[in-house]
Structure formats: structure tokens, C-alpha cells
Design a protein around this ligand. Structure first.
Ligand code: MF3
Ligand code: CO
Length: 258
């Protein structure tokens, strides 16, 4: 069952999305060569707490960290640890925050200092593919219209979309219906309606789409070792344009940043 949000609930989603987006921006700004992924996770935990939020990931199916930090060939769900990020690495940061009963979920991939041309193209194509998908998040369209826009843009640029992990409805729970694949599936796809809130999150590989999970039980890596990118926004479908809930610019926190 797809849970439509009324105006009150949409306001709750705006607040949660706002916190998640401000935290993601702060974490991205803090990342520098030499930091360990544990340092980054600790910093994210402190920023989430500062706004009165809670990590939506910590403890979810026993997930052990506050955010997901996935470096280079890691696709998603990377675990924080002793690894230090270096100049030239790319890192995907996924921040899910629970705030006053609602969840905001967003992610982006950044270069640590700088990166090579291929990794930068991957970052740019992955981000643009997210906006291609969001552009189809219109009432009357179907979920598959989002999926198709993402897949066409990614594959048109010579990269591949991960099949094993998909976007999702989000609300009071992190994962609600419907699933939002980043590729076209040969099955019926729900109609989009105003009041739906979706986490749209393309995971894009520079090489083949195939992934595997490391022995830690969480970290998803590319099978061929090539780099991977991940961008995510939480989006509200309205009668007109989609509203991106995870934009710091749209965030009207009642709380003082500090
Ligand atoms: N953005 C991802 C998702 O929505 C992050 C989940 S991490 C987990 O599925 F640890 F909570 F699983
Ligand atoms: Co998500």
C-alpha cells in the first residue's frame, strides 16, 4: 500500500528532509584527505544530534553506523572504520535522518580533493540522472517513467545502473511502497499521485552493473572493481512540479544551527 501524505505530513517530511540535507552538506564540506571513515561517521552523528534528529540507519537490520560511506569501488552501505580517504578517492555519503516522526533520505558522491576524469564524469552523470528521474516525478506518470529516464541517461553516457538496490517510498518509515528501480522492469508499475514521497537514488557503475556484498555483510562493491556513484533525494509529488525535500535551501528549521 502506498501512503499518501496530507499537507501536515508533507510539512513533517519537509522538516526531516531539511535536516538530512543540511547534515549531508556539512559532512561533504568536512571531508578532507587523511580523515578516516570512522571520523566522518562520528562527525555525521554529531551533526544529526545537533538538529535533534536520529540516524535512520543505525540499528536498521543491525546496521552498525550512522551514515553509509562508500569509497571508490564501493557502491552503497559501506561501513565506517580505520580506512583513511586519500586525495583522488571518490566517496558516496548517504544520510538518512529521523526527525519528529518522519524520515529524510539523501546521498551524494564527492571527490576527496580531486579525482580523475572518469570518476568526475561518473559523478556528473549520476547526479544528472537523478534530476532526469525527478523530472518525471509528475502526477499521472508511472514509477517506470522515473526508472526509464534514469536508465536512458546513464546508459546513453556509457555507464550502467545497479539492479540489486532500488529507490523507495519514504515517510514515517524509511522504506515504504513503491520500489523505485533505476531501470525498466517488465512488470506493472504504480501510477504517481500528488502526496507520494519517494527516495529516488540512482547507483551508477563506471564498468559493469554487477555487484557483490563483502564478508562484513553490508558493503556492496562492484564485481569488476570499477568506481561507482550514488545520488539520492527525497521528493514530494505535487499537482505541479516535484518538490525536492532534501535541499538545504528549502529547509526552514525551527532550530538554530550551531
Ligand atoms: N539510502 C539507503 C536506503 O534507503 C540506505 C539504507 S542503509 C541501511 O536503503 F543501513 F539502513 F540499510
Ligand atoms: Co534511500
Amino acid at each position: 500500500m502506498i501512503i499518501l501524505k496530507n499537507e501536515r505530513e508533507a510539512c513533517g517530511m519537509r522538516a526531516a528532509g531539511g535536516v538530512a540535507s543540511v547534515v549531508l552538506r556539512e559532512v561533504c564540506a568536512a571531508i578532507a584527505p587523511g580523515m578516516s571513515t570512522r571520523d566522518i561517521d562520528n562527525y555525521a552523528a554529531a551533526r544529526i544530534k545537533n538538529y535533534g534528529g536520529k540516524s535512520a540507519f543505525l540499528g536498521y537490520r543491525k546496521y552498525p553506523c550512522h551514515v553509509c560511506l562508500s569509497v571508490n569501488n564501493e557502491v552503497v552501505h559501506g561501513l565506517a572504520g580505520d580506512r583513511r580517504v586519500q586525495f583522488g578517492d571518490i566517496i558516496s555519503i548517504d544520510v538518512g535522518v529521523s526527525y519528529e516522526g518522519f524520515i529524510g533520505d539523501n546521498a551524494r558522491t564527492i571527490a576527496v580533493g580531486g579525482c580523475d576524469v572518469l570518476a568526475q564524469k561518473l559523478i556528473d552523470v549520476t547526479e544528472k540522472s537523478l534530476y532526469e528521474g525527478i523530472g518525471q516525478a509528475l502526477p499521472g506518470n508511472r514509477v517506470v517513467d522515473i526508472s526509464r529516464a534514469i536508465q536512458n541517461y546513464v546508459e546513453g553516457n556509457g555507464f550502467s545502473v545497479v539492479r540489486e538496490f532500488v529507490g523507495h517510498g519514504v515517510g514515517r518509515s524509511m522504506h515504504e511502497e513503491p520500489q523505485v528501480p533505476n531501470f525498466v522492469e517488465n512488470k506493472s508499475s504504480p501510477r504517481l499521485r500528488a502526496g507520494m514521497t519517494l527516495a529516488i537514488e540512482p547507483m551508477v557503475n563506471a564498468g559493469s552493473a554487477d555487484v557483490e556484498i563483502l564478508r562484513d555483510g553490508w558493503t556492496v562493491v562492484t564485481k569488476d572493481g570499477n568506481v561507482s556513484g550514488h545520488f539520492e533525494h527525497t521528493v514530494l509529488i505535487t499537482e505541479s512540479e516535484p518538490e525536492i525535500l532534501t535541499c538545504p535551501e528549502n529547509c526552514q528549521l525551527r532550530m538554530q544551527a550551531g
